[in-house]
Design a protein around this ligand. Structure first.
Ligand code: A3P
Length: 307
């Protein structure tokens, strides 16, 4: 596979997209062995687009009758990445092909679907995911904030001895499309096109819209998944309660997210930084911003997708 010295580790190009060395095996195993069910809901995102937030929201949404009391909710003691695992990064990541994940603990019914997530581009999804009636919820974020968030994230994961990965160096790579699951624009365009052709299959969400109108987007998500809020729930402020529980303030201040670690060693706190729109102005020069805007504009040209 073509390779590039990457951000945290070497990246390998597979099916047109860049993957970290240690995750390639999980991608292949997921592609080969995962059998999607019609009731599944799979959250897809570009890294640093707010995946952790959306995992928390989707989990609370589909389990709202199972856990109606926000004071005794699994999110208070469990990180969202544990509740909604990544297929290729968590579940299918095992060198031994004979030890495939046991997915029987995931419930499966239309009222409470199995919830998974992935960072894979549309082209790389297993055939069963594309052809079954399972739903894909795609989340992306404007590329400048995505880049800045990714830079902070990868530098936090970097062993101290490696020194800092300069922002300029990382930016050059991002502009060439070399970043985790990049090129960023091809990732977004793949799902954007699919969401236009099959709106019942792919819901296209943006971090910025979620921040601006969280309640509207949560209702849209609930409709799409097939569990809209009833009038009774609306009257009881269930929408607001879900959003409050999953807010940046709430999640980032929980003990579990301040101290814990994922099985892969990543600190839970690495997934919470500022959680705002437009933080890129504090890091990118005007020249960098213009350059990235231009690249993205050219790549998106004629697609109807704008950032
Ligand atoms: P910043 O680095 O800009 O703060 P991902 O979950 O895809 O890895 O994305 C991480 C980004 O989402 C980080 O962005 C993080 O702070 C932000 N984030 C995490 N939880 C959030 C929440 N509940 N609300 C809004 N943003 C959140």
């Amino acid at each position: 596979l073509p390779r590039e010295k990457g951000w945290v580790s070497t990246l390998h190009q597979y099916q047109g997209f860049w993957h970290g060395t240690r995750f390639i095996q999980g991608v292949l195993s997921f592609q080969k062995h995962f059998q999607s069910q019609n009731a599944d809901v799979i959250l897809v995102s570009t890294p640093k687009s707010g995946t952790t937030w959306l995992k928390a929201i989707i989990f609370s949404l589909v389990n709202r009758t199972t856990f109606p009391d926000p004071k005794h909710h699994p999110l208070l003691t469990t990180n969202p990445h544990v509740l909604v695992p990544f297929l290729e990064l968590d579940l299918f990541i095992n060198d031994d092909e004979n030890r495939l994940p046991n997915l029987s603990s995931f419930s499966s019914s239309s009222s409470c679907p199995r919830l998974f997530s992935t960072h894979l581009p549309y082209v790389s999804l297993p055939e069963s995911v594309k052809s079954s009636a399972c739903k894909l919820v795609y989340l992306c974020r404007n590329p400048k904030d995505t880049f800045v968030s990714l830079w902070h994230f990868t530098n936090r994961l970097r062993p101290e001895s490696w020194g800092e990965n300069s922002m300029e160096e990382a930016f050059e790579k991002f502009c060439r499309g070399v970043s985790l699951y990049g090129p960023f624009w091809d990732h977004s365009l793949g799902y954007w096109k699919e969401s236009l052709e099959r709106p019942e299959k792919v819901l296209f969400l943006r971090f910025e819209d979620m921040k601006r109108e969280p309640d509207i987007n949560l209702r849209k998500l609930a409709e799409f998944i097939g569990c809209p809020f009833s009038e009774e729930e609306e009257a009881k402020n269930v929408v607001e309660n879900v959003l409050k529980l999953c807010s940046f303030e709430s999640l980032s201040n929980l003990e579990v997210n301040k101290k814990g670690k994922l099985w892969s060693g990543q600190a839970h706190k690495a997934f919470f930084r500022r959680g705002e729109v437009g933080d890129w102005v504090n890091y990118l020069t005007d020249e960098m911003a213009e350059r990235l805007d231009l690249i993205v504009e050219q790549k998106m040209h004629g697609s109807g997708l704008k950032f």
